[in-house]
Design a protein around this ligand. Structure first.
Ligand code: R5P
Length: 282
């Protein structure tokens, strides 16, 4: 079996490889003078089972994934792990004339089996022509919260979309949770309805599938601060962190931001490598 880490998932691939007692294949990346990207896998994938780990966060990342899959066309089987599937929030046609971009990505990934991680909406899995499965990082996140040894943690889902992951984590932790009501005004702005909660001196975890502009967390934070909480941690699976969101998030008074390494950021304290490696441990 060979394991190949795309440019966006090198550390994660190394961690998965260690858990599987493998050494990742080395891939050379460069650019042609016209800026088209070039890559070459310095390993023999002929008749091998190959695991490719790469997200589609940027167009460049997406192209690298397609190139890696194509470069392995002599393999026996190709397993593609997409830790963070970019374009997954464009999973519907909101206006006539728009593409369903999540479908564009899904249809172009041809392999034996695709795995996504906490995909924005599970219905996207139906867009893949290849077999597809979604992995859930909830258990790893709850293990991390447990390791902080915080008395009586309280979980908040900042919107209905996050309710599922919050409910699952709260079951693992046997703790209380609540959900906020969010209205998205546009890609950069949301409104969250204020709510009175009895959270005096409690530590709160705001949990979402992803943080992009940070607006959802920042607006939720305002409501929590007016509820006299002790401290608030933001927790998400996918740390997209667009533009200056990190500064705005820390300015909001959050105690810490904790994420998985589906996207590799300094805040990626929870590794999803066990979730991926266990697929291949027979
Ligand atoms: C929305 O449906 C998602 O679950 C997240 O709440 C959202 O993508 C977060 O975006 P932002 O950080 O830009 O508010």
């Amino acid at each position: 079996m060979k394991i190949i880490g795309g440019p966006s998932s090198q550390m994660l691939t190394s961690k998965v490889a260690r858990l599987l007692n493998l050494y990742p294949s080395i891939v050379e990346y460069s650019q042609f003078p016209d800026k088209e990207q070039y890559l070459c896998i310095n390993d023999n994938t002929l008749n091998e089972e190959v695991i490719i780990i790469q997200n589609t966060s940027t167009d460049k990342d997406y192209m690298s994934l397609l190139q890696l899959i194509d470069a392995c066309d002599n393999a026996k089987k190709i397993f593609v792990i997409i830790p963070y599937m970019g374009y997954s929030r464009q999973d519907k046609r909101f206006k006539i004339g728009e593409p369903i971009s999540a479908r564009v990505i899904a249809k172009s990934i041809n392999c034996d089996q695709v795995y996504t991680v906490n995909i924005h909406d599970k219905q996207i899995l139906d867009y893949f022509n290849s077999k597809s499965k979604n992995l859930d990082a909830s258990k790893l996140i709850s293990d991390y919260i447990k390791s902080l040894n915080i008395k009586d943690p309280f979980l908040i889902a900042p919107d209905n979309g996050a309710l599922n992951i919050v409910e699952t984590i709260s079951k693992y932790l046997n703790c209380e949770y609540d959900v906020f009501y969010k209205i998205r005004l546009n890609s950069n702005n949301v409104n969250i309805k204020s709510k009175n909660l009895n959270l005096n001196d409690r530590s709160v975890f705001l949990v979402d599938d992803m943080i992009s502009t940070g607006e959802t967390i920042i607006k939720s934070m305002k409501i929590l601060l007016s509820n006299n909480v002790k401290n608030v941690y933001a927790l998400c699976v996918h740390p997209v962190f667009s533009n200056n969101s990190i500064l705005k998030l820390y300015n909001s008074g959050l105690c810490d931001i904790i994420t998985t390494d589906s996207l590799e950021k300094i805040q990626s304290k929870i590794s999803i490598s066990p979730l991926i490696s266990e697929i291949f441990i027979k």
